[in-house]
Ligand binder design. Structure first.
Ligand SMILES: Cc1cc2nc3c(=O)[nH]c(=O)nc-3n(C[C@H](O)[C@H](O)[C@H](O)COP(=O)(O)OP(=O)(O)OC[C@H]3O[C@@H](n4cnc5c(N)ncnc54)[C@H](O)[C@@H]3O)c2cc1C
Length: 543
């Protein structure tokens, strides 16, 4: 691969920037980062950095809920089995067992901290989603679980006197010296570039849905953590596995909001532009087939009818019930003149959850000493080749707790040192001509959608690799002064690794569908992909 990445995004000189010293630095304030913060010993100082307001994260927008065995009639073995089956032979069984068994404890502590999950006659109301064999999903405010959970967790973290939160602060890069992580370089409007020196650092920057034109993810999900880990020399594993959500609202000018699976659970039908119901041609479970099956069926139908979307039709259901059951979606669609009870809702698939990321062990330890990671930025072995619905908030909670605790235990043993190491930053300042960043960003997102979307093939992936390599040549070597440029550099880096991984995996497994290799290849591909930046900045495969 001709793609090469500089070590740091920007030049910096330790004599010309402010310094800040902290025991534990946490990059990211979604559920994984905040849970990590709560796990740190109160005697230690903690700094949590988020690039937007705390409320802007995938965690905040989560709808369906959190999976856990809470009903006496349910069994850990069944949650484990469902997770392994969905992951198509790529999950790590020990990790699945650990996460599933810890789920009730993590959910109960959320309740203790004030999360009000929906109840029914005094008991938790447990929902069921695709792939689960039992009712085991706790949810809140109907379809706004993330908002309620994050409200309680944010309140909890704000009550901790040892913890500082810097919002609207962009982390550019992890700082490394002598083979260990020493903290991070951050930037905000108040003090520009700042070197944060930390005894231990936790990476919890979430996903990368924004790399695609169609996505359920908010603007913050540009894969920054994946890219900064990659620049710091860490391998990114299983980056070909991007889960697409089949039904994302498709109205020009609206945000790409997710239309919950529950709406299909209530009987909504998928129809094409002519009103023809098409799922029966693809799967006997019809609209309730697994997400990857529904996504592929929708894309096929869009191609056959040459239409940009298909539709969810609830016209055969009782209008009052529909509006009452889905008030959020009803309000959203109403803004665009659509009555969900009588009009069809235009939808198409969108990038939803990135399974691949930084490899961690069960404590959240990465391969770089001093760096821990948790949540969507990681590849923990929980999801394998496909994610079971509502297992990702759970993963963030479990790994956040582990990574925070372990980082804390290490930091407690380290003496204070207020000396800034003399880091080597080979990036020299340069003054480049301005670029039309929006144009490249939009081109990248469209390209990823076409070449590395729901269906891939070697020819289109190879052509996409060439285009991205070309953009990388003149974008990655430049220096930008604000997050707009840095995000683009991160998106290009992450997209390029995703394409490399998708090209490498010559089979169809889980969410990765290659039309030129339509079957699973158990003999050759029951293994993981991993790509890292080698000494010259070039990308190498470790698979
Ligand atoms: C619409 C939607 C619905 C979902 N529904 C569910 C569900 O019902 N159940 C479920 O289990 N999962 C669901 N998911 C997935 C789940 O929400 C995420 O996987 C999970 O919340 C990820 O948590 P996280 O803490 O790893 O990352 P996030 O919650 O995304 O947090 C990332 C944090 O990192 C910060 N950050 C990123 N880059 C930088 C940077 N450069 N500098 C500083 N800070 C940075 C962000 O500001 C943010 O604070 C859903 C996702 C979406 C988008």
């Amino acid at each position: 691969m001709t793609f090469s990445v500089p070590r740091y995004l920007v030049p910096f000189h330790p004599k010309r920037v402010p310094h800040f010293f902290v025991d534990v630095l946490i990059v990211g304030g979604g559920i994984a980062g905040l849970r990590a913060g709560i796990a740190v010993d109160p005697r230690l100082s903690v700094l949590i950095v988020t690039k937007d307001r705390l409320q802007q994260s995938n965690s905040h927008y989560a709808q369906g809920g959190i999976a856990g065995v809470l009903d006496p009639a349910d069994r850990f073995e069944d949650h484990v089995r469902d997770t392994l089956a969905t992951g198509v032979a790529l999950c790590r069984r020990d990790v699945v067992e650990m996460v599933v068994r810890e789920a009730p404890e993590r959910i109960c502590e959320l309740i203790e901290w004030g999360t009000e999950f929906d109840q029914e006659e005094g008991n938790l109301q447990l929902g069921r989603e695709g792939g689960h064999s039992h009712q085991r999903i706790v949810h809140a405010l109907g379809d706004a679980t993330g908002k309620e959970m994050m409200r309680a967790v944010i309140q909890r973290i704000r009550g901790r006197p040892n913890t500082l939160i810097w919002e609207n602060t962009f982390t550019l890069d992890l700082l490394t010296e002598d083979g260990a992580c020493r903290g991070a370089l951050v930037w905000n409007h108040h003090h520009g570039k700042t070197l944060i020196w930390a005894k231990q650092t936790v990476l919890a920057t979430g996903g990368a849905g924004q790399v695609y034109r169609e996505t359920t993810n908010p603007d913050v999900a540009t894969g920054d953590g994946h890219a900064m880990a990659y620049r710091a020399g860490l391998a990114l594993a299983d980056m070909e596995f991007m889960q697409f959500h089949p039904t994302v609202l498709y109205i020009a000018g609206s945000s790409r909001s997710l239309i919950t699976e529950a709406i299909r659970g209530e009987g909504a039908r998928l129809v094409d532009a002519t009103g023809c119901r098409f799922m029966e041609q693809h799967d006997e479970r019809l609209e309730l087939a697994p997400r990857d099956v529904v996504s592929r069926a929708i894309v096929s139908r869009m191609e056959e009818t040459r239409q940009p979307c298909v539709y969810l039709d609830l016209g055969h259901l009782e209008a009052g019930t529909v509006r009452k059951r889905f008030p959020g979606i009803a309000r959203l669609c109403e803004k665009f003149g659509i009555d969900i009870a009588t009009d069809r809702i235009p939808v198409r698939p969108g990038a939803h959850y990135l399974i691949g990321g930084v490899r961690v062990d069960s404590d959240g330890r990465t391969e770089l000493p001093g760096l821990w990671a948790a949540g969507e930025v990681t590849s923990s072995g929980l999801h394998g080749a496909n994610r079971l619905a509502s297992n990702s908030l759970l993963e963030g909670l479990v790994y956040g707790a582990h990574a925070g605790r372990r980082a804390s235990e290490q930091a407690v043993q380290q003496p204070d040192s207020f000396r800034a190491p003399a880091l080597r930053n080979p990036v020299v300042p340069s003054h480049d001509e301005p670029l039309d960043l929006d144009d490249i960003r939009n081109s990248l997102k469209s390209l990823m959608w076409r070449a590395a979307g729901v269906r891939r093939d070697g020819r289109r992936l190879a052509a996409a690799a060439e285009s991205i390599d070309h953009w990388c040549q003149y974008v990655l070597q430049r220096q930008f002064a604000d997050p707009h440029g840095w995000e683009l550099q991160n998106m290009l880096t992450v997209a390029r690794v995703m394409i490399a991984a998708a090209l490498a995996r010559e089979e169809t497994r889980g969410v990765h569908m290659r039309s030129d290799f339509p079957a699973a290849d158990d003999a050759g591909w029951q293994r993981h992909t991993a790509f890292s930046r080698a000494a010259q900045g070039a990308c190498v495969s470790e698979a």
